[in-house]
Design a protein around this ligand. Structure first.
Ligand code: HEC
Length: 142
């Protein structure tokens, strides 16, 4: 029994670690595109909610409505659902599909398809190559 508990404790203790991103350069550094994407991430103020090192404001920032809630999103504590706890972006290369309802198959769907009103960052202001750089940064977070 206590061996099971030890194993469970070891497992839970491992949940704050994130898998290495295969998108990084061979030496583990951010690629040039990801470095450019990092600057865009900062410029678009993504870090207000997804700030390093945790890449989430969970526990300190409250709930946010970034335009992804739908009639099917459900309720909260018996009342209306007004926002969501910000998820971390660490290890996100490995965790598709995205958003609380899995409605975004790819990161581009999060940033574009499910962000038509721009409530989840002014991504519409980016050129195609800037958008690719931002995606690349997200894919290299670990
Ligand atoms: C106002 C706070 C806030 C800001 C600013 C913000 N986000 Fe988010 N982000 C959220 C919340 C809340 C969710 C969860 C939405 C959902 O699940 O429907 C989320 C979800 C995500 C996801 C999907 C994560 C997952 O595991 O499903 C990605 C990727 C993401 N954000 C990237 C960004 C980027 C890039 C920017 C800047 C352009 C940004 N966010 C700006 C709060 C924010």
């Amino acid at each position: 029994m206590s061996a099971d508990l030890d194993a469970l404790a070891a497992y839970v203790g491992s949940l704050d670690r994130f898998p290495k991103s295969p998108y990084r350069a061979a030496d583990g550094a951010l690629t040039a595109d990801a470095r450019a994407g990092k600057a865009i991430f900062e410029r678009l103020r993504c870090a207000t909610c997804h700030g390093p090192p945790r890449f989430t404001d969970s526990g300190v920032g409250g709930l946010h409505d970034v335009g992804t809630l739908t009639a099917e999103s459900g309720s909260r504590l018996g009342g209306p659902l007004t926002g969501l706890d910000t998820p971390t972006l660490r290890g996100i290369w490995d965790t598709a599909p995205y958003l609380h309802d899995g409605s975004a198959a790819t990161l581009r769907d999060v940033l574009v398809t499910r962000n038509r009103d721009g409530k989840h960052g002014d991504v519409a202001s980016l050129s195609e190559s800037e958008l690719t750089q931002l995606e690349r940064y997200l894919l290299e977070l670990e």
